[in-house]
Design a protein around this ligand. Structure first.
Ligand SMILES: [Mn+2]
Length: 226
């Protein structure tokens, strides 16, 4: 007994004498308050978008266009953005104004939230499968808006949603966010699957592009401006 106690005491003394290596944990860089809220009202629509870039993927979306709500839910979830979208629009005419203006306002809000874009990775690239569909999404938060949209859903409607409006949504989004966006549907049969894969890909590619990299000082551009 006495011997054991002595050994334990010796071990404790040795432990106390040996400097414990300090494990440095570098916290994930999160710019405080990478969030923005935009309200936009015209004669056609009234829209409020609030977004937090460093979120958890929680979304509260009510645009009056259920298919768009579904897509924006996916976008937030997979981008790990916290997103609120409230829209009322002239849906009695058709869904066009509402869908386009939600894209526009979301683009403005993301651009505001990203501010000077210092320290962000800038590029993102995500291919997403959904059953038979495979869609590739590549983004560059370059400050130069450009959309390449190569996705033919093969039919005009999903439920009562006009599938051609996705192009209009993305165009408005790209122009306001000043994003270079390439959406390429590699293959697919089902329109819902193809569009859904595109929105998951958009969320994930933008999650990558908006991440802060501690190795980047200033902006990720030899021009010094994004
Ligand atoms: Mn779905």
């Amino acid at each position: 007994m006495a011997k054991m106690a002595k050994t334990a005491k010796a071990r404790a003394l040795r432990a106390a004498a040996t400097p414990v290596p300090v494990r440095k944990v570098t916290p994930r860089p999160v710019a405080a308050g990478r969030r923005a809220e935009v309200e936009r009202t015209t004669k056609e629509t009234s829209i409020r978008v609030a977004i937090a870039i460093d979120g958890t993927g929680s979304a509260q979306v009510a645009t009056g266009v259920p298919f768009l709500d579904h897509m924006l839910d996916l976008f937030a979830k997979h981008g790990l953005f916290d997103l609120t979208v409230e829209a009322t629009g002239d849906l009695e005419i058709d869904q066009h104004h509402t869908v386009e203006d939600v894209g526009l306002t979301l683009g403005q809000a993301m651009r505001d939230a990203l501010g000077d874009k210092k320290g962000i990775r800038r590029f993102g690239n995500q291919a997403v499968p959904l059953d038979e569909a495979l869609v590739s999404v590549v983004v560059d938060l370059s400050g130069r808006p450009y959309l390449v949209y190569e996705l033919d859903p093969g039919r005009e409607r999903v439920g009562d949603f006009d599938t051609s409006l996705i192009h209009d949504f993305l165009l408005a989004f790209v122009n306001e966010l000043k994003l270079n966006l390439h959406v390429d549907c590699v293959r697919g049969r089902n329109a819902h699957h193809m569009i859904e894969a595109a929105f998951k890909g958009l969320g994930r590619a933008l999650d990558q592009a908006t991440q802060l990299d501690p190795r980047i000082s200033g902006v990720m551009s030899t021009k010094g401006v994004l």
